[in-house]
Design a protein around this ligand. Sequence first.
Ligand code: HEM
Length: 535
Amino acid sequence: MSTDEARAKQEQLDPLRDRPEDGPLTTNFGSRVDDTDNSLSAGERGPTLMEDFHFREKVTHFDHERIPERVVHARGAGAYGYFRPYASLAEYTKADFLQSEDRETPVFVRFSTVAGSRGSADTVRDVRGFATKFYTREGNYDLVGNNFPVFFIQDAIKFPDFVHAVKPEPDNEIPQAQSAHDTFWDFVSLQPESMHMVMWLMSDRSIPRSYRMMQGFGVHTFRFVNAEGRGTFVKFHWRPVLGTHSLVWEEAQTIAGKDPDYNRRDLWDAIERGDYPEFELAVQLVPEDDEFRFDFDLLDPTKIIPEETVPLRPIGKMVLDRNPDNFFAETEQVAFHTAHVVPGIDFTNDPLLQGRNFSYLDTQLIRLGGPNFEQLPVNRPVAQVRNNQRDGYGQHRIHPGKSSYAPNSVSGGCPVLASPDAGAYVHHQERVDGVKIRKRSESFSEHYSQATLFWNSMADWEKEHIVAAYRFELGKTTHREIRERTVEQLNHIDHTLATAVAEGIGVRPPAEPAGRNHGRTSPALSLANSPTDSI
Ligand code: HEM
């Protein structure tokens, strides 16, 4: 029974898999073709004729094969699998797929790098995307996360600026690697809120050894809602059963040259040989009454909830056991969206999440060519779809009948509204009251203490890697003032770190600062052999 549930998506896909039997070559409208190597011409040495419909169709289709790559996370690798909870989570959420240990839900996961183009190397220093689509009986639920638990910016309105700074520079499209350039360091050194995330980026977490050995995080504080309507804040964590492992920088550089598909190949090969990647899903749960109990804002996506304060609670396991049949049809055309939610999972007012809830559908409308991309096989829910949305490019459904509006009395079969008891999604009834204002709460204004926490949690050799990474990446900036400004920012995090970085990039070490979140000094590091530039 449960196994059938896990296979529901594959059963939906099976009839759509185009495995033509042996037989004659045809055009797209089914006409048999006798020659696909010689175009129709006027005589053996004459011009090609317009009436050669086979030539025109073949070349026209080829001319239109490419679609825009994702504006971020362009390079990725995907796999199907299933998720199964360890026990019912009904106390916290009414989400159907989390109600019973017997329920297996099919999933599709796409791992990605962020900054590089579709053809870039896998092992660059970058954030990794970890996006999961759960095909639940109540509709698709997408957990669109990364392998770091925090993000660079607090408000989605900064995302275009941030991505313009991170991507290759506009005049010469250099470099593909994320952070070794002026615009990246210029932006982050002017945005102290990015300092925590940049620490993660300069750590070994940004060069995972394998997608099978990488954590994932929902990043934002989300909300569980149970059948009684009680909300609980929730942070999502994926934990790889194989453990979290990184490459070292020299390895990553060599592999990028020798096998740019390293992570993609590893995922594919592991699944082909039956060595299925497994990830445990864990949550941190915070009662709504405890919203203001922390010295940071739960709505601030540049902050973690320390696990010592709110321990992780494992809730289930995901297994990836099937490679896609066609990279383009499945991995490229899959469309994740933070606003794909199911009853029992809701948003918070995190301003980054609120903006994401706009951006994904908007970008997919252009990337996937119009409003019907949800009908693409990989995106179709296993739940029934029934509504009055009609027409548009790429419409695959045939809607019989006279009407596509409500209310309506002329034809039967008009979709009826569901009640919450019958599974309708009802937004959590949070009270919202405020004046229209472009100003963030003071509770978002502290940017350094969790970066310091991260630095202090590192072993000495990890600190050495972090310093070496700053020296390598920041050392590439051609503007002295950008290097100096970044070192000033690091000085707010840890004086030893700032000094060690400064010494490696030709900048005068900063004076030891004083005051809250300032002047922390960790024990001296032995950095004599840290590489500054080892390309
Ligand atoms: C794509 C994660 C912030 C816009 C992605 C993907 C992931 C991701 C994993 C790749 C999905 C796939 O594999 O197809 C995150 C995380 C964020 C974040 C964890 C912060 C916590 C943002 C923000 C915006 C944004 C703030 C815009 C305001 C996009 C867009 C895409 C994308 C436009 C391409 C989607 C597509 O073409 O299908 N993001 N993102 N992201 N993200 Fe984000």
